[in-house]
Every structure is written in C-alpha cells, then in structure tokens.
Write a protein that binds this ligand. Sequence first.
Ligand SMILES: Cc1cc2nc3c(=O)[nH]c(=O)nc-3n(C[C@H](O)[C@H](O)[C@H](O)COP(=O)(O)O)c2cc1C
Length: 262
Amino acid sequence: MPVTPQVMTCVAEEFLFVVKYVQSLGYPEINWNLGCPYPMVTNRGMGSGLIANPEKIDAILDRVHSETDIIVSMKMRMGYETSHEIIDAFSVLNKYPLKSIGIHARIGKQLYEGGVDLDGFQRCIDHSAHKLFYNGDITSVNGFRQMADRFPSIDHWMLGRGLIADPFLPMMIKENTELYPEDRIERFSKYHNILFSKYEEKLDGEKAVIRKLGNYWEYFANAFQDPDNNIKKIKKMKTIEDYDQLVYKILQTESSLARIDV
Ligand SMILES: Cc1cc2nc3c(=O)[nH]c(=O)nc-3n(C[C@H](O)[C@H](O)[C@H](O)COP(=O)(O)O)c2cc1C
C-alpha cells in the first residue's frame, strides 16, 4: 500500500484509539511491537514490516506524543529485509522520549531461523539514544554470560523461549549460578500442575489440554534429558492418564540423575 498522507493519518488515528483505550484501563505505558515477522502482518506494512518506513513511524509517534501523555516503549527486530533498516529508523526514534527499545537481534524475514546478528545489535547500540534491551537466543546461564561480556553497556535483557523452556533460568542468571535449586523437580512439577489445571478450566476436553501442554513441552523438554524423544512421546499421548505417567517418568528420571550428579 503506498504511504500517502491519508494512509498515515488513518494508521495514526488507529494507534491513538488504542492508546486512549489503554489509558482508559489505567495503564500509564504502551509497548509498541515492531517485531512480528509473519507475512500476514508484515505484508500490510506492520510489525517488522514497518521498520523500513521511518516516515510512518514518525507520523504515529508524533501524534501519540503531542496528543497523549502515555509512556511509549518499543519492541523491534532490526528490520525486515536487512538489519540496517533499524539504523535509519533511529533518526526518527531518537527524537522521542521513548522509555526503552527491546531489540530481537534478527530481521523479520529470518522468522526464527538462523542465528542472531550480534554485529547488527552493536550497530544499534552505536546509533540509538535510548536504553536498549537485548533479546534473542539466551537459553542458558553461560549463553547469557557471553552476551553480557560482549555488550557491557546493556543492563536489561529479555528472554523468550529460554524462559518458557526453563522457568528457573532468570533466577539462575540473576544469581550467576548454573546450579538448579535442590527442589527443582518439585517446583517445576507444581508449576506444570498449575498450568495444566488452568488449561483444564479453560479448554474443552482432555485432548485439547494435552495438545496445549504438548506445545509447552516442545520448550520444556529442552531442559530435561532426551528432549526429542520426549517431545515425540508427549505428542502421541491420547489420555490424561498416559500423559501424567509420561510426565512423571520424565521428572523422575531427571530427579534421579540429579541425585547421581551430586
Ligand atoms: C510462540 C511465540 C510467541 C511470541 N509472541 C510474541 C508476542 O506476542 N509479542 C512479542 O513482542 N513477541 C512475541 N514473541 C517473540 C519473543 O518475545 C522474542 O522476541 C523472541 O522469541 C526472541 O527471543 P528468544 O530467542 O529469547 O525466544 C513470541 C515468540 C514465540 C516463540
């Protein structure tokens, strides 16, 4: 769609409508997501598809800052086609009092493939006037340490899939330890059971609950032994009894291995 002044006005109006609604609910801040990589969104010039369009970003931020007092923070990829798109966008972003910019160090067209682009993220640090958060592929304490060594000026970090896979990771990063708490399995088990019962309340039928938990296990399994095999088995489960038994076995195996490690 060509970016005519009418289109810009319309998009800014929609954004303002959302901002005012968010404020009416009592929230003082909005996080604007220019990170979505999926074509359904990017082909319409939204998500990471908007990063290459600083004029449109400018039109929206200008109206939001002149017509409301909401605090704006951003979440972005580094571009859709190239990681240099965000560098041009900084000339606009730097004009506004944004609270922070979280950057997933990939470009949209990568989806979740390939690696993160750490040189690209360094360019962002060099060109941005705002507080930046690093985001992308932090899945272990050691991985975090490497990122922290590489980007000493960054003091905010965002975890996505690593956190879903291992809910202990943020605590272990904060405590700078690779050791799990002694009651890891009990705590994980409680967490799992809460998730399970909440989905049981919300979803219709045991198959739907098992399918939903199966999606979580695609992440959880990575923090346990034999992930690929366990994901396959979980995906085949048809009844809650079989699912429960399998999860019990996975957790028991981990628990006995932890005792051997000690
Ligand atoms: C299943 C899934 C759903 C996501 N949903 C959102 C979302 O709604 N909003 C958002 O800003 N990012 C979303 N993300 C992106 C993550 O916030 C994060 O930027 C991305 O996964 C990279 O970080 P990671 O390598 O630590 O996972 C999602 C990611 C995944 C895998």
